[in-house]
Design a protein around this ligand. Structure first.
Ligand SMILES: Cc1cc2nc3c(=O)[nH]c(=O)nc-3n(C[C@H](O)[C@H](O)[C@H](O)COP(=O)(O)OP(=O)(O)OC[C@H]3O[C@@H](n4cnc5c(N)ncnc54)[C@H](O)[C@@H]3O)c2cc1C
Length: 410
């Protein structure tokens, strides 16, 4: 591993205008990190990564690197790009294990900040605000912090001990965590302002599955992907599994089902292979694991023991847009012990007191300011389902907007 990492790092051309950083939503300082690492200062290299992105180690494992840093590496035009993810992982993992969080840059300034949700968005804001001396309290619906990192992405892709380490670091920075505490139904934004939280950050993600609204969706052998991933061991799924949808969430369900006793897992998708929203990397891994795919297949109705589907074809409408046409006459029955629906997610709508859009997403400006003074939001609850790096990037901007707001308040 060590040899490979040094060889990879040595391949970096140290471009004057590094496209790798430009291609990364959170602008990882790849050049400086690699240079510092090769000079023998791994601790400083880790610090550079961590200060830019407190979830650097997470991103090194689960970012779509082929789209972000590695996809932009100039070497990739003629041969293999520098494996930035491997170098970032080595450096940031070392840093996470060795790092002793410093006391806040400023001593506690006695100003309270509430962070609602502990996914990548909330964690980013908590790290930034705590290291600036604010008294941060995280409110989290679930038992553990991490959001999708804990309750969505399977452990075979993201080891959960990383989140334990992140939690320890937050506690050392003086952050308080209230688990099993959903803000909205009982305690709301007004209560937080009453208790003198001077600014509130909302990073509550998208946790409501989008239903298909087809007959049979409520039957006992049908499950929503996002619910299943939360705790796969509490489900009986049988041997033959069908999954409707072909994004990254569907890939995670398929690969988890195979590890939890299913031996025949098929992803059914209305469109063709080229339209799948899953990344190439996730698709390749799903195929390696033995997941089967059926394209141009739409579900019509779910019944006991399986589902009725029909073939589809793509048609072009008058505006030139592609539309999926279901060929009802080309029906077939697809037998399955259990069926998973992976057709995207929307926010839960239990938080009120700020402007919410028609689809449930929180409305903000580019810096994450909501319609309510002192309340900021970012991550999936603002953008809809995206990536960890995008949630971190927007949350860094929200934290800056919070700091400006607090400075103006005096
Ligand atoms: C299965 C799956 C796989 C994915 N794989 C990848 C991947 O490989 N790479 C990648 O970059 N991205 C991936 N993503 C997307 C990525 O995980 C999200 O974009 C990211 O987690 C968004 O972060 P967030 O903080 O906005 O929301 P979340 O991670 O959803 O965190 C929100 C948190 O808020 C809590 N919460 C919600 N409501 C309340 C409330 N009212 N009060 C208190 N707490 C509340 C939730 O419990 C949760 O902990 C994946 C997503 C899913 C679902």
């Amino acid at each position: 591993m060590g040899r490979h990492i040094i060889e990879e790092a040595s391949r970096c051309l140290q471009c004057k205008r590094p496209l790798c950083s430009k291609g990364c939503p959170v602008g990882t300082p790849v050049n400086d990190m690699i240079k510092t690492f090769l000079e023998g200062d791994i601790r400083r290299a880790g610090e550079l990564l961590f200060q830019n992105n407190p979830l650097s180690v997470v991103c090194s494992l689960i970012c779509p690197h082929e789209k972000f840093c590695e996809g932009h590496c100039i070497l990739g035009k003629k041969s293999a790009p520098v494996q930035v993810s491997d170098i970032e992982n080595y450096v940031s993992r070392y840093y996470l294990e060795q790092f002793q969080p410093q006391r806040p840059v400023r001593d506690s300034n006695g100003t309270r900040i509430a962070v609602i949700g502990s996914g990548p968005a909330g964690l980013t804001v908590a790290f930034i605000m705590a290291s600036q001396g604010f008294d941060v309290t995280i409110f989290e619906s679930e038992e553990h912090i991490g959001g999708v990192l804990r309750y969505g992405i399977p452990a075979f892709r993201l080891p959960k001990d990383i989140l334990e380490r992140i939690r320890e670091m937050l506690l050392k920075l003086g952050v308080k965590i209230r688990p099993n505490m959903t803000i909205g139904p009982v305690i709301g934004l007004d209560d937080l302002f009453r208790d003198e939280y001077r600014a509130i950050f909302v990073g509550t993600g998208v946790w409501n599955p989008r239903p298909l609204r087809i007959a049979g969706e409520t039957l006992g052998h049908v499950h929503y992907a996002i619910n299943y991933l939360k705790n796969p061991d509490s489900y009986w799924i049988g041997k033959k599994v069908a999954i409707i949808g072909a994004g990254n969430v569907a890939m995670d369900v398929a690969r988890t089902a195979l590890r939890k006793g299913a031996d025949d897992v098929t992803i059914l998708y209305r469109r063709g292979e080229e339209h799948m929203t899953a990344t190439r990397y996730e698709y390749d891994y799903a195929k390696l694991d033995g997941v089967r795919f059926r394209f141009q297949t739409a579900p019509l109705e779910i019944v006991e023991g399986g589902l009725h589907c029909a073939r589809t074809r793509l048609a072009i409408d008058e505006q030139g847009r592609t539309r999926v046409e279901t060929l009802e006459q080309e029906r077939e029955f697809f037998p399955a012990d259990s069926i998973f629906i992976a057709a995207s997610q929307a926010p839960r709508t239990n938080l009120t007191g700020m402007e919410i859009g028609r689809t449930g997403l929180v409305i903000t400006d580019e810096e994450g300011r909501t319609s309510r003074d002192g309340v900021f939001a970012s991550g999936d609850v603002v953008t809809g389902a995206k990536t960890v790096a995008e949630a971190v990037s927007r949350s860094k901007r929200s934290a800056q907007a919070m700091l400006q707001y607090l400075a103006r308040q005096g």
